[in-house]
Design a binder for this molecule. Structure first.
Ligand SMILES: [Zn+2]
Length: 268
């Protein structure tokens, strides 16, 4: 069984991930459940300049459309709306989409790098209130720029003990050690495996145990075959999760990372 809790869809320069690609990926790689965030709700371009107004899509519109796609695959595709705290924020419509789709909405996703926003920013308080009220874990991209540092996710988790936080990537572009050390300090902090080498999984288990690491991939960010090939055509590190990790940790730890921890955390 595999639950991939960090999957994307959407077409936004330079990424091409139509919904059909997500469907094909799930089928081809036998993924049992995915949690999806639509990148079309990004607030900034890859160059970190605001998405031009004539092409920017409202947070709630993207949320509704992602729900509409997921609802064609009940019990298979779930949704974490990509939030736009600096341009849109929480309003009645956002709340009612969550309220009306409790069986599909499994969390909230903040891209701290793209939004250029610290996870402990006051702008996020209304989202964290909702996360507490509806028991929605908050997935936050870590790494890339100062605002997306792991320490700010730690701060947010520390001041919101009633919300579970997930450090996406465990500090992308780092050796993961600082992020893992921070995760070890709080029971409501988790990590995902998106672009995390398996040596860091071993360190994670040593420092934090095996209950708070979740398989996630960013797939299909490098195309349909992200699980086997990266954007440069090299073997993907996820092959190591499917092939090598089994021999390095206990079967129980492996199952927890690949699906059991997500099943528990997201109530899947
Ligand atoms: Zn991602």
């Amino acid at each position: 069984m595999i639950i991939d809790m960090h999957v994307h869809c959407g077409i936004a320069e330079p990424f091409y991930m139509p919904n059909s690609m997500v469907e094909e990926m799930i089928e081809k790689y036998n993924i049992d459940h995915v949690i999806l965030s639509d990148i079309r709700a990004c607030e900034n371009t890859q160059e970190l300049t605001p998405v031009p107004e004539d092409i920017a899509l409202p947070q709630n519109q993207v949320f509704r459309e992602t729900i509409a796609f997921a609802s064609k695959h009940p019990g298979k595709i779930y949704v974490m709306p990509w939030i736009k705290p600096t341009t849109d924020g929480v309003d009645d419509e956002f709340i009612s989409i969550i309220e009306n789709n409790k069986d599909i909405v499994k969390g909230l996703k903040l891209h701290a790098h793209n939004s250029m926003l610290r996870s402990d920013s006051p702008l996020l308080e209304p989202y964290y209130e909702l996360a507490a009220k509806y028991s929605l874990p908050v997935l936050i991209h870590t790494g890339g720029i100062e605002e997306a540092s792991a320490i700010y996710v730690y701060n947010a988790a520390k001041s919101h003990p009633d919300v579970n936080f997930i450090m996406g990537h465990l500090g992308l572009g780092t050796n993961n050690i600082e992020a893992i050390d921070l995760v070890s300090k709080l029971p409501n902090l988790y990590g995902d495996t998106a672009w995390v080498p398996i040596q860091s999984v071993l360190y994670f288990i040593e420092k934090c145990g095996d209950d708070r690491l979740l398989f996630g991939s960013d797939s299909p960010i490098d195309g349909l075959d992200t699980y086997v090939r990266n954007g440069k055509g090299e073997p993907s590190l996820y092959l190591q999760y499917f092939n090598d990790l089994k021999g390095l940790i206990s079967e129980e730890s492996y199952d927890k990372i690949m699906y059991k921890n997500s099943a528990r955390l997201f109530n899947i």
